[in-house]
Design a protein around this ligand. Structure first.
Ligand code: ZN
Ligand code: ZN
Length: 88
């Protein structure tokens, strides 16, 4: 029996990297969160830190898109905020 769990590194290169507007890092798409309202994309880590800060400040219901230059001035929907904040 051979185990095939191992993923060769060249396979990783096929995953398109998405850049985060907050930390300017590039990550695989599964580590990113897209805001439903404005379609802005941020890495889940940045979004989590941002959401946690705003929740701590009491802005849980009015969390706007972390991108100050967001063309749509989008807001995080409640379930999105809870998803990044709660972590399941
Ligand atoms: Zn980021
Ligand atoms: Zn946005």
């Amino acid at each position: 029996m051979t185990t095939a769990w191992y993923r060769p590194t060249w396979d990783l290169a096929l995953d398109p990297l998405v850049s985060c507007k907050l930390c300017l890092g590039e990550y695989p798409v599964e580590q990113m969160t897209t805001l439903a309202q404005c379609r802005c994309v941020f890495c889940t880590l940045c979004l989590k830190q941002y959401v946690e800060l705003l929740i701590k400040e009491g802005f849980e219901t009015t969390i706007s898109c972390p991108d100050a230059a967001c063309p749509k001035q989008g807001r995080l929907q409640e379930h999105e905020a809870h998803r990044v904040h709660g972590g399941g």
